[in-house]
Design a protein around this ligand. Structure first.
Ligand code: DHB
Ligand code: FE
Length: 259
């Protein structure tokens, strides 16, 4: 028996009852609603549906306990054992003519000190909106478009890759049907880079970066944090520069926050 599970579950039930009453939901509507959920379950899309609506809320709650860089949604496509990379992510031959970007920046502590040897996992999609190392994305070798970058003695990192494009979450199933057909919305996310920054003794952070000018930054089907994570448009020659600095608080702060 968990008091917390009981309280949260009853609050969800009560909040849902309030919605049913507010809209005078009929029995056929109620059945149509739960049949859609059953269909979502059959399609294996319960995690997708729940993440689309609620992952960002849990991240907002977590951010209240943070000092330094804010966290963003992780998304479903992090892979544990991405390769260590030095200066450039592996690029598929067929993508050689794609526009390039450089991810660069500095990792510091909240004390302002640069952090040498921080490890930054980065991952982003192919130009078709797929991620490597993911079975249902067609088994693209996980050496592509993901890797672990390390900061140098001054806390700086730099890594080249191709430019990601806006990404559409799986929209052929019941979740896409709900967002697009029933709610008149869309299933796009702004083009983005994912980051997971680790450093000894410091609290890790999962983040994202968006590209200024992208039409989905403030209209993200996953509510991914908006302009807070947008990087101003800048170029180094014809290479788009994505400068993202991170500030990590001491790891102990995490334990205090959780108490
Ligand atoms: C999803 C995919 C992403 O790349 C992401 O960042 C967030 C969500 C998704 O398919 O649900
Ligand atoms: Fe993503």
């Amino acid at each position: 028996m968990s008091e917390r599970v009981k309280e949260i579950t009853m609050d969800i039930v009560e909040a849902t009852r309030d919605v049913l009453r507010k809209h005078n939901v009929t029995f056929p509507e109620y059945r149509a609603g739960f049949m859609h959920l059953a269909k979502t379950q059959q399609a294996g899309e319960i995690p997708l549906l729940i993440d689309v609506f609620f992952n960002s809320t849990v991240v907002d709650i977590e951010n209240k306990t943070r000092k330094g860089s804010r966290a963003a949604i992780q998304g479903p496509y992090f892979v544990e054992d991405a390769p260590l990379v030095d200066g450039q992510l592996a690029i598929r031959d067929e993508d050689n003519d794609q526009p390039r970007m450089v991810m660069r920046g500095k990792v510091k502590g909240t004390d302002g000190q640069p952090v040498a040897g921080a490890v930054i996992d980065v991952w982003h999609s192919t130009p078709e909106g797929r991620y490597s190392g993911i079975a249902k994305h067609g088994e693209i070798d996980k050496k592509y478009y993901r890797g672990k970058i390390t900061t140098d003695a001054n806390g700086n990192y730099e890594c080249y890759s191709i430019l990601p494009v806006p990404y559409q979450i799986p929209n052929k199933g019941p979740t896409g049907q709900l967002l697009e057909e029933y709610m008149g919305g869309h299933s796009w996310r702004p083009a983005h880079i994912h980051y997971w920054v680790h450093a000894d003794g410091l609290r890790d952070v999962i983040s994202q970066a968006y590209f200024e000018g992208d039409q989905y930054i403030e209209n993200d089907s996953c509510n991914g944090g908006g302009s807070e994570f947008m990087v101003a448009e800048a170029y180094d020659g014809d290479v788009r520069v994505m400068e993202v600095n991170f500030e990590l608080e001491p790891a102990a702060a995490k334990m205090q926050a959780a108490e």
